[in-house]
Write a protein that binds this ligand. Structure first.
Ligand code: ACM
Length: 539
C-alpha cells in the first residue's frame, strides 16, 4: 500500500489500527485544567491559531506514530522524541506497535493531497487524545515539531495523577513561513568558532524555524576552510585571529560534519569566501594573489578595506576556481557567497570585471552567487542574489536586474551591534540595537521600491571582531535572533512588539535549559524559569 497517496482518513485509520494492537486497559481519564492554545508563548507566531480549551495529555503513555517506511519522517519523529526526553525526561516510543495500549498519540503524517501555501507549511490538530501534525514533507514536519516542542510546558502537572502529565492546549494551528530564506550569519574568520560551537548555534536556531546558516569563512584576519589544492591557506592564513589568538580552521571533514548536522535540521549552510577585498589572509598564504602592491603580513586588527586580490591575473581566477570547486563539492545547498563588500583597495573597473568573472565561476560549479549589496553594481545575471546591508541604491539596482535580495540592514539586523552604551561586547558603527529596535521594522517595506516577491528573506549577521567564545556569541545573538526568526517566518499582521515581548519573556525555560548566555535586556520582563543559567553553572 502506498500510504502517501491515500487520503488522510485512510492514513489515520491505518495508524489507529496499528496502535490498537496488543490492548491493555487505557489509563483512567483525568480531567485536565483549561488551557488556551491561542495564548501560548510561540515564536515565531503561527499564521492562524484556533483554541478549543481542553488539553492533550503528554505522559508516559503517549507514543509517537508515523509512516514507518518514510525514513525522513521517522528521523523527524525521533528528533521530536529526543527533544521531549531532554525537556521532560519522558522517553516516548516511535512506532511502537507492540507496546501497551496508550491513550494519547502524536501522529506525524505526510499529506501531499492538500494544496499547501508553500513547502514548509504544516497543520497541527490537537484533541484530547491525539495530536496530529500534517505536512507536505519531512522538512515541513520538522518546522511543525518545533511548535510542538514549544507547546510542551516546562514543568509537569504532578498533582492530577500518579504519574506526571504535561498538558498541551487543544485546538488547531495552520502555519507557513512568510519568507523562504530565514538566516543568521556567523563570522568564523575574525575569531574562529569550533565545530561544537557552530552545532550549538544551529540547534538553537532550528528551534525558532531558522533555515539558513551563512558561514563567513574567510577575511583579512583568517582563512578557516581547508582547500586541499592550496594548503597554505589554512597552514598560514588560518594561524591567527583578531587579538593575536591561535586562530583555527575547519578541515573539509569538519565542514561536512557541520553541513550534515544542519541538514538533519533542514537548515542549509551558505559558505562565504569574501573577495576581492577582505583577502589579506589568502594573500599572506599565497602572495601571488595580492593586488595592493604591499607585502602582506598576518593581520590581527579590525580595520577593513586595505586588501585586494590582483583582479587582472589569471592565477587569481585559477585559484578562485579551485576554491569554489572544492567548497561547492561539499555544500549541498544551492548558494555560494562571494562577499564583494568593502573592496576599497580595488579600482572600480577592476571590481566590476572581477565580480562578473567570479559569478561565471560560481555558476560553472553549479551554484547561484550571493554577494553583499556592492556586487549589484556589476552586470549580473538575474539568478544571482544581493545581500542588502548598507546601500539601498545597490539593492534597487539588483532588483532592476531581476535579482532577488536578502535583507540584512546593518542598522536593524546586525547582531554584533551593541544593545546600548553599556553592552559588554559588540560595536556601534551602524547603530545601537536594543531588542525592540531589532524587532520593530518591516522587512516587506524596509527598502523603497523593492516588492515583497523580490525579497528572498531576512538574515541577521553576527560579525566576530569583539567576541571569541560561545558565551560572548550568545550574549550578542540572544535574544535578538529570536526576533529575526519571527520577522522572517511570521506574516506581517501577526507581528506585534507588545505581544512579542511577552512571548520572548517566556523563552527563559528553553534558553536556560540550553545554557544560553542571553543578554537579559531590561526592556523585557523575563520570566524566571525553573533553572537559571547561573544555577546550572553552580551545579
Ligand atoms: C559588511 O558588513 N561589510 C557586509
Amino acid at each position: 500500500m502506498n500510504i502517501r497517496n491515500n487520503s488522510l482518513a485512510n492514513i489515520i485509520g491505518v495508524l489507529y489500527m496499528l496502535v490498537s494492537v496488543g490492548c491493555e486497559a487505557p489509563p483512567k481519564d483525568i480531567s485536565m485544567p483549561q488551557t488556551d492554545l491561542s495564548s501560548e508563548y510561540l515564536i515565531p507566531m503561527p499564521s492562524t491559531t484556533v483554541a478549543t480549551n481542553s488539553a492533550f495529555k503528554l505522559d508516559q503513555y503517549t507514543r509517537v506514530v508515523t509512516n514507518p517506511v518514510d525514513g525522513d519522517l521517522v528521523n523527524v519523529a525521533n528528533y521530536l522524541t529526543d527533544k521531549i526526553a531532554e525537556k521532560t525526561g519522558l522517553r516516548l516510543a516511535t512506532n511502537d506497535i507492540e507496546g501497551e495500549e496508550k491513550e494519547a498519540v502524536i501522529y506525524l503524517l505526510q499529506q501531499q493531497n492538500t494544496s499547501w501555501p508553500n513547502d514548509e507549511a504544516y497543520r497541527l490538530s490537537i484533541k484530547r487524545d491525539s495530536l496530529i501534525l500534517e505536512a507536505p514533507s519531512a522538512k515541513a514536519a520538522f518546522r511543525g515539531i518545533q511548535t510542538i516542542r514549544q507547546l510542551i510546558p516546562e514543568i509537569s502537572n504532578d498533582t492530577l495523577a500518579e504519574y506526571p502529565i504535561w498538558p498541551i492546549a487543544t485546538g488547531s494551528i495552520e502555519d507557513h513561513p512568510n519568507f523562504e530564506y530565514r538566516g543568521s550569519m556567523l563570522d568564523v574568520a575574525r575569531h574562529f568558532f569550533s565545530v561544537e560551537d557552530v552545532k550549538k548555534y544551529i540547534e538553537l536556531l532550528a528551534y525558532y524555524k531558522i533555515n539558513v546558516l551563512h558561514l563567513h569563512l574567510t577575511d583579512d584576519q583568517g582563512w578557516r576552510i581547508e582547500i586541499k589544492s592550496w594548503p597554505r591557506l589554512t597552514e598560514i592564513g588560518g594561524s591567527t585571529e583578531v587579538g593575536g589568538e591561535a586562530g583555527g580552521f575547519f578541515t573539509q571533514e569538519d565542514y561536512k560534519e557541520i553541513v550534515a548536522y544542519a541538514a538533519a535540521r533542514y537548515m542549509m549552510i551558505v559558505p562565504e569566501v569574501d573577495m576581492p577585498g577582505h583577502t589579506n589572509a589568502a594573500s599572506v598564504s599565497y602572495p601571488i594573489l595580492n593586488g595592493n602592491g604591499k607585502t602582506p603580513q598576518l593581520y590581527q586588527g579590525t580595520r577593513v578595506g586595505f586588501s585586494t586580490f590582483d583582479t587582472r591575473k589569471d592565477t587569481v581566477y585559477a585559484f578562485i576556481d579551485d576554491v569554489v570547486r572544492e567548497i561547492s563539492a561539499i555544500t549541498p545547498g544551492p548558494y555560494f557567497h562571494i562577499g564583494g563588500d568593502e573592496s576599497h583597495a580595488t579600482k572600480k573597473a577592476d571590481y566590476l570585471y572581477f565580480v562578473n568573472k567570479v559569478e561565471k565561476i560560481v555558476q560553472k560549479h553549479g551554484k547561484q552567487m550571493i554577494g553583499w549589496d556592492e556586487v549589484a553594481q556589476a552586470d549580473l545575471d538575474s539568478t544571482s542574489i544581493a545581500q542588502f546591508w548598507d546601500n539601498e541604491r545597490n539593492a534597487r539596482s539588483a532588483i532592476d536586474k531581476g535579482m532577488k535580495v536578502i535583507l540584512s540592514p546593518a542598522k536593524k539586523s546586525y547582531l554584533d551591534m551593541q544593545y546600548d552604551t553599556l553592552s559588554k561586547h559588540g560595536l556601534h558603527w551602524a547603530a545601537y540595537i536594543p531588542v525592540d529596535t531589532a524587532y520593530v521594522w518591516t522587512p516587506e517595506t524596509y527598502v523603497d521600491q523593492i516588492p515583497k516577491e523580490m525579497i528572498l528573506g531576512v538574515e541577521a549577521p553576527l560579525w566576530s571582531e569583539t567576541i571569541s567564545n560561545m558565551e560572548e556569541l550568545e550574549y550578542l545573538a540572544f535574544p535578538r535572533v529570536i526576533g529575526y526568526s519571527e520577522l522572517s517566518w511570521s506574516q506581517e499582521e501577526n507581528r506585534d512588539w507588545e505581544n512579542f515581548r511577552v512571548r520572548l519573556a517566556n523563552q527563559t525555560p528553553f534558553l536556560d535549559m540550553m545554557n544560553v548566555n542571553y543578554y537579559p535586556s531590561p526592556r523585557i520582563d523575563w520570566v524566571k524559569s525553573n533553572r537559571s543559567f547561573k544555577e546550572i553553572l553552580k551545579d
